[in-house]
Write a protein that binds this ligand. Structure first.
Ligand code: 5GP
Ligand code: MN
Length: 349
């Protein structure tokens, strides 16, 4: 569906009525929230509280990595299941409207899935991934032809009667969080940028968002270790197969050596795509019984297919993710390279 079709008047008015009729609203996004998940959720929570007077709270399965934590505006109420499991479940059960942002279904909320599915409250999906799980939702806004969930949310909020096309009416926290989420998902205007994306950015800058502050918070506050680990992985670890798959494996040992925190490898998987003969790039991050997998590809090669067929995952055509388990998929963590070499031969030849 195109963005224009997604924003048809009837859907916008239904959304407005759902918000109007609600009191306690929970806003969620995918597990291991990235900048777009945190940006879109923050933006919506602040809008619902400040413009609509709702008791809106964000609920996520796990607390964000330090590198993206600052995206959450001061004072915005967020609950994390890894810190406050009981409160999260009670909050979902007690809400009369639920939003899910930046993922295609409740299965991507991991430990919160059951609570969301059990709730009789109306559910609204706002997402830009492929294959939305429409059945579980009262209202779905979904298009892959957009930069980010934050951008889609921007266009939806803009259409709501109380905003009436004037983004200066967005609470400042909402405007800033939307620009931040879009900036991270496009890798600062490098990928998945559409004409609508520039229009959104232009609107938000005119409305007063300080882009320099957004960029500084996102890209100038890393720890030294992160930059050194990125260098190490590119220099010592990266392999490129004859077929053009570049892969890096952030093993537990590498993470310990550089004292790497969750989220600090964000962006690394994009780097090998700058090499001429590389068609696809895969980054593995070791967890207890699996690797978390990030995949990026050049046009003509489907990261989404590889994620779905080989890593129990999904995402977008050229940016996807998933998991690689042992002993289910590979006998032991050391066998990951052989698994990747086989994917290279079978999917990129
Ligand atoms: P990243 O590599 O930045 O973690 O994720 C890239 C894209 O793939 C994101 O849009 C993300 O939502 C999606 N993605 C990452 N991991 C998974 C997963 O385990 N399952 C699915 N379905 N999508 C994923
Ligand atoms: Mn996103």
């Amino acid at each position: 569906m195109t963005l224009i079709a997604c924003l048809h008047t009837e859907a916008i008015l239904r959304l407005d009525a759902l918000i109007e009729g609600s009191r306690s609203v929970t806003v969620a996004a995918h597990t291991h929230p990235d900048g777009d998940a945190l940006g879109s959720v923050s933006a919506l929570v602040c809008y619902l509280r400040q413009r609509r007077g709702k008791d809106a709270v964000a609920v996520l399965s796990d607390s964000p990595a330090p590198s993206v934590r600052t995206i959450i505006p001061d004072g915005a109420p967020f609950l994390f299941q890894d810190r406050e499991p009981e409160e999260c479940l009670a909050r979902i059960a007690g809400s009369d409207l639920l939003f899910l942002l930046d993922c295609n279904g409740f299965s991507r909320t991991e430990g919160l899935q059951e609570a969301f599915e059990a709730s009789p409250a109306p559910k609204v999906l706002i997402d830009h991934h492929l294959n939305p799980e429409r059945e579980g939702f009262t209202l779905v806004f979904s298009t892959p032809e957009i930069s980010s969930a934050s951008e889609l949310l921007h266009w939806i909020l803009r259409e709501l009667p109380d905003i009436g096309g004037n983004v200066r009416k967005f609470p400042p926290e909402t405007a800033r969080a939307l620009l931040t989420g879009m900036t991270t998902d496009t890798n600062n205007f490098a990928n998945s940028v559409y004409p609508s994306t520039f229009r959104m950015a232009s609107d938000l800058l005119e409305a007063g968002v300080d882009r320099d502050a957004v960029l500084s918070a996102l890209y100038n506050q890393y720890r030294e270790n992160r930059v050194r680990a990125m260098g190490f992985l590119q220099y010592e670890d990266m392999r490129i197969t004859p077929e053009g798959l570049a892969y890096m494996i952030a093993t537990r040992a590498v993470r310990e050596r550089f004292d790497l925190e969750d989220g600090e490898t964000e962006g690394l998987v994009n780097v090998p795509l700058s090499i001429e003969r590389v068609k696809m790039s895969i980054l593995l991050k070791e967890e207890t019984d699996h690797y978390r997998v990030s995949i990026r590809s050049k046009k003509g090669w489907s990261a989404q297919r590889v994620a779905a067929e080989r890593f129990h995952g999904g995402g977008h055509e050229n940016a996807s993710g998933g998991k690689l388990f042992w002993p289910g998929d590979i006998p032991a963590p050391e066998d990951a390279a052989a698994y990747l070499e086989r994917i290279s031969r079978e999917c990129l030849s």
